[in-house]
Write a protein that binds this ligand. Sequence first.
Ligand code: GAL
Length: 716
Amino acid sequence: MSRTDHHDRRQPQPYRPYRWPKKPDGHSGGIWFGGDYNPDQWPEQVWAEDVALMKRAGVTMVTLGIFSWARLEPSDGVWDFGWLDRVVALLGEAGIAVDMASATATAPYWLYQAHPEVLPVEADGTLVHPGTRQSWRPTSPVFRRYALRLCRVMGEHFCDNPTVVAWHVGNEYGWNNAADYSQDALQAFQGWCRRRYGNIEELNQAWGNDFWSQRLQNFDQVPLPEHAGVRDAFINPALRLDFRRFCSDALMDFYCAERDQLQELTPDKPLTTNFMVSTDQCVLDYERWSHQVDFVANDHYFAHGPGHLDELLCSDSLVDAYAQGHPWCLMEHSTSAVNWRNFNASKRQGELIRDALAHVAMGADAVNFFQWRQSAFGAEAFHSAMIPHAGPDSAIYAQVADLGSILRTLSSSGLAGTQLEPSSIALLFDADCQWSMADSTLPDCSLDHWQQVYIWYQALLDAGYRADVMPLKGQWERYDVVVLPALILLDQKQADRLRDYVSGGGRLVVDFASGIMDDHMHVGLGGYPAVLRDLTGIDSQEMIALGTSDQGGGSILVSEGIEGRIWVNEPLRVEDSVRVLARYQGRRSYDLDMAGKPAVTIHGYGQGCVLYLGTGFTKESLVSVINRIVPSDFLTGAAGAGLHNGCDGDPRLVHLIRSGPQGRYHFYFNRGSTVVRDVSTMGEALVIQRALRCGGGGLSGNRYTIEVHGVVVTRQ
Ligand code: GAL
């Protein structure tokens, strides 16, 4: 890894100054609109038609060259930029800006053949062969040399080109090479451990190496968590977790080297790379990565089903937090189906435009799709695009063009540059915690921190509240309520922050399984929830995994219609100052000797208070807990206002506001499965999609009937 070491995990990481792509004439591009453009998959005659259709659809920016290395460098050191220059010129003449890729995401075959030593290795020692993308190891000095040479040539070539307004470094780092077990990785990991721990004894302590004779004498003995036989799962969990951290850092180090090479040659062009905060894809520690980009960019792909919008908002909320409230770029999403799930559902009527507007509402100032023209061949031939196989005379292209015109309206109303107004409830997410749960040495393998964040997010929406998702290491102190959704790892520093927060008047929710281990997966002793015992006023002696009925287990009853699952903490001592809000009951609770024991409690601490949930709830049960068990002023504050979703607490709607000196922009979404009538809005309408004005006017605003997947955007 490079000696620049922007990655010393013990030091606070500064953010790079925020820089957003500007139009070639130096003006703001409004809300950028476009997508990945792969002209190298098409004969040159198609390009002019592409550009004309882009103009017609209102496209303002495309990303070029992500997978073009083999075309740009057809053999070692031989360059061919002619075709790319012609595409850039065509786009430039049409006033369409380019987000130019470093083109390093996938190397050409000649490089892999000449240097098979750049190929990653899997945990069982299997070599990863080329044939897909990202078949390279980030720690390979050979690969780095080739990739940085390409960055240099790209930078030199496009430094003075005004059409190129931003750099797209790599692409979705970690998509295919998140973990590599090669000799290069081993050496880099040993160096990473040396820098992190300083001396081997510290590492021995941190990893608990006295367990199963794993004590190391020096850093050259540090192993990778390679395949270790049938009982692979029992590899040291602390080693595994550090390896995940290292893998994220190794890719980040590689990205930073590429970024720095490009920046040296083109200091005026902002640089970014696309994150993958989306459904279940928290591959890298994006909190750390967010310090290394000029503006945050994310790819989000929809998960078909009724919760799709909620999931989008939940993912985007975390992205907005990574962006520190600055506008961010939706680098990829799909016009309709993807091609990489087992079943690839199409988007339903209205979802294409609704999804794009939801991303805008959540803070995106750039709306991009993968990809411009649907491929006719290759692994993504059945992935939707802005122009489908049928061509421009199609419903999808028509909707894309509608979206272009909506975004133009929003741009000219001054929306770009405004910020999403925060809510007052923060749900904390932490990549370390997520990774630790992939370890099958925990009491229940179904534990999933990110899934629990989402359950909370959705349950709060269902109960009429909106929350923000914040990184654990972020600045969440300004929130009235902070929730730890099954946040199993908590180091002393973060626990102290929580203690200060509650002492100062904050309201904290400690969800089941939170705070049990430190950042090296050492269990806090003396009872659960370890570092949070004083805050909760609870001391639990055992945790009981509940399992599912298939596993011979089942849920535990808390109250009519409210059931706990996954696990339950068995309280040993409960301080007198704790108020019990609900107790376990029912047959299962007798079986487990839990009957009558506290399930949900509240505890005053300093100026604030702590709500404790001793078991995991499904989304439905959590809604009931919020509505029926949690004191009404816990979420809303003593004043009883300000925290609701904004539509009179109507859970069928989501109300989001972006604001700035230009004004306040209100977004009203129907998140339900039925029409919502008589929605009162504020301000004058800018966009009405699948909605009808049904009354009102004047200062009090208008009322609308909003259909399923409908949205109304107003300006106040
Ligand atoms: C992303 C990737 C794109 C495309 C897309 C399809 O992971 O960056 O190149 O493959 O998925 O959904």
